[in-house]
Design a protein around this ligand. Structure first.
Ligand code: SF4
Ligand code: SF4
Ligand code: SF4
Length: 270
């Protein structure tokens, strides 16, 4: 169905209160919330795939009004992000309607190395073959031993200017208080941020969470291959738990984090 028509129907039939998409302003594609009151604005809907994560805006809106029904223009990685956000109780799937679009050819040419398009490799495969990025232009990790790879990562991390762009654009970085700004973990006013702690904090948080959209790497002004780093931790999660973040709406092996666990002490023998 025509995307504009479908989005208008969602609003006119009151199935959503707001539809998140993109429109052009002064020649730039920007995220926009379309509403029933201005439904004809949807004639300006842009579907040529701006990469700003609309699901991040949906989370902000849902925090302010948990009953809000939200429509979203969603390509494949947005749908994975939504699944992950449902898993972590950040969005209620009953309040979300998606209109799906496939990645456009220009997007695929830049991001065609999406790990979700390839079969997963197991720990045994990795033990035999090393890191499996041979078909990626960024395959320096595949060709070197662990000491060289460590040196290369330390070199990459030294380039960081602590702009927080990677975290700010990430659709699955939803914490209200971020460890990367905790002064006991990351010393304020120091550049580059302590190597490798800053990056290892984020990498461990992305284990079981990163849906490999690549937005952090696109945003990084220092061109650090962040996507490769987070694939590493997620491959370890897959090897141990068989879990692929965002693939389905399913319980995460890490979902105990942040939940209150009530412990009842066992009766003592006297
Ligand atoms: S690729 Fe980067 S931006 Fe995308 S989910 Fe993973 S960490 Fe977040
Ligand atoms: S997941 Fe980690 S890096 Fe992302 S917002 Fe939460 S604390 Fe910050
Ligand atoms: S976007 Fe790049 S430079 Fe900025 S904090 Fe993240 S890793 Fe560092």
């Amino acid at each position: 169905m025509d995307m504009v028509k479908a989005a208008k129907e969602l609003l006119l039939q009151d199935r959503v209160d707001i539809f998140l998409g993109y429109r052009k302003l002064d020649g730039h594609q920007i995220p926009h919330g379309f509403t029933k009151a201005h439904v004809d604005d949807l004639d300006q809907l842009e579907i040529s795939l701006n990469r700003y994560p609309l699901e991040k805006i949906a989370c902000d809106l849902a925090q302010k009004d948990p009953t809000l029904k939200i429509g979203i223009l969603a390509r494949d990685c947005s749908q994975r992000a939504l699944n992950l956000l449902y898993t972590w109780d950040q969005l209620n799937p009953e309040n979300i309607e998606t209109l799906t679009v496939n990645c456009c050819p220009s997007s695929l040419s830049t991001h065609g190395d999406c790990s979700y398009l390839k079969p997963k490799t197991t720990g045994e495969y990795k033990k035999a073959h090393g890191i499996d990025y041979n078909d990626s232009p960024k395959d320096f990790m595949a060709e070197h031993d662990s000491q060289d790879r460590l040196s290369r990562w330390m070199y990459e991390f030294q380039k960081c200017i602590k702009c927080y762009g990677c975290r700010n654009i990430c659709p699955v970085c939803f914490c209200k208080e971020c460890s990367l700004e905790h002064p006991n973990l990351v010393e304020p006013g120091v550049l580059p941020p302590e190597v490798p702690i800053f990056h290892l904090i984020r990498a461990t948080h992305m284990a079981g969470r990163c849906i490999d959209c690549g937005l952090c790497e696109d945003a990084c002004p220092a061109h650090i291959p962040l996507r490769m780093l987070y694939r590493e931790v997620n491959d370890a999660v897959f090897d141990i738990f068989g879990y692929v973040p965002g693939d389905h709406i399913e319980k995460s092996p890490f979902s105990i984090i942040g939940k209150t666990v009530e412990l009842t002490p066992a009766p003592m023998d006297v």
